[in-house]
Design a protein around this ligand. Structure first.
Ligand SMILES: Cc1cc2nc3c(=O)[nH]c(=O)nc-3n(C[C@H](O)[C@H](O)[C@H](O)COP(=O)(O)OP(=O)(O)OC[C@H]3O[C@@H](n4cnc5c(N)ncnc54)[C@H](O)[C@@H]3O)c2cc1C
Length: 224
């Protein structure tokens, strides 16, 4: 056995301490177990799962923190496969199809991706969107091209609302297009969302294969 093999073989590796049994800690535990490396996991609460967990409210068992995934969540999908869960058994996959209506407005936004290669699936979705006029569609496409040239990065983070206002996105576009996108993608109000994180997810979901922008809806409860 070579010196480097001796150092990395499981019996020579010191025990890893994992603090927290949420998805991140549990993913880490699965990977270490797979590599047969010793570890110890500490969780402060009585239940594993962290923010994505099932809790009892009276007679109801309520799931929290896992409503939707996108096709770009490759790490999560690989992890499911690794622990022997068939994606089709637990998730319903559909291509991007977002309908949105503000509470006090009658107008509806509907964007639906076509079954064609990326990024044309998204281009199709924007050009055919119901609820946006031609000027708004052109504005969104120009903005996305600008982001692609900038490699979806910015020098200093700011809230998504502020960034969009600084980049000629109208109030209506922000309310009607970017806000639902932000809620769907980050589960965070646009006035609080980090532009950096939003762009990272935008890049992962829309600048890769078309299937990365699919929605994956849970078919099963967290706890049987
Ligand atoms: C309402 C809601 C809806 C969501 N919906 C979605 C969704 O649809 N799709 C999606 O992808 N994501 C969703 N999320 C986000 C997702 O649930 C989280 O990103 C994910 O669960 C975070 O996992 P984590 O392991 O990083 O952190 P956490 O889940 O926060 O886990 C951290 C764990 O560490 C423990 N801990 C902290 N400090 C210590 C300590 N000192 N010692 C021991 N233990 C400690 C905590 O008790 C906790 O269990 C949602 C979140 C919420 C709240």
């Amino acid at each position: 056995m070579s010196r480097s093999e001796q150092r990395t073989s499981p019996e020579n590796v010191p025990k890893t301490i994992i603090v927290g049994g949420g998805w991140a800690g549990l993913s880490c535990a699965v990977q270490l177990a797979k590599a047969q490396y010793p570890f110890q996991l500490y969780e402060a609460s009585r239940q594993l799962g962290g923010r994505a967990r099932s809790a009892k409210f009276g007679q109801y068992q309520i799931d929290n923190g896992q409503h939707i995934l996108v096709g770009a969540c490759q790490g999560t999908l690989h992890l499911l496969a690794l622990i022997g869960i068939d994606e089709k058994a637990v998730l319903h996959r559909q291509s991007l199809d977002l309908k949105w209506r503000h509470l006090n407005q009658t107008e509806q936004l509907h964007i639906k991706a076509a079954d064609i290669i990326a990024p044309f699936h998204l281009l199709f979705a924007i050009l055919n969107a119901n609820g946006l006029n031609l000027k708004e569609k052109t504005n969104i496409i120009k903005f996305l091209l600008y982001l692609k040239i900038k490699k979806f990065t910015i020098n200093q983070d700011l809230t998504l609302t502020n960034y969009l206002k600084q980049h000629s996105q109208s109030e209506r576009l922000i309310d009607f297009f970017w806000e639902p996108m932000c809620l769907a993608i980050l589960n965070t109000p646009i006035t609080k969302a980090s532009t950096l994180i939003f762009f990272k997810v935008l890049k992962d979901s829309f600048d890769q294969q078309a299937s990365y922008s699919d929605s994956l809806l849970f078919k099963q409860k967290l706890k049987k």
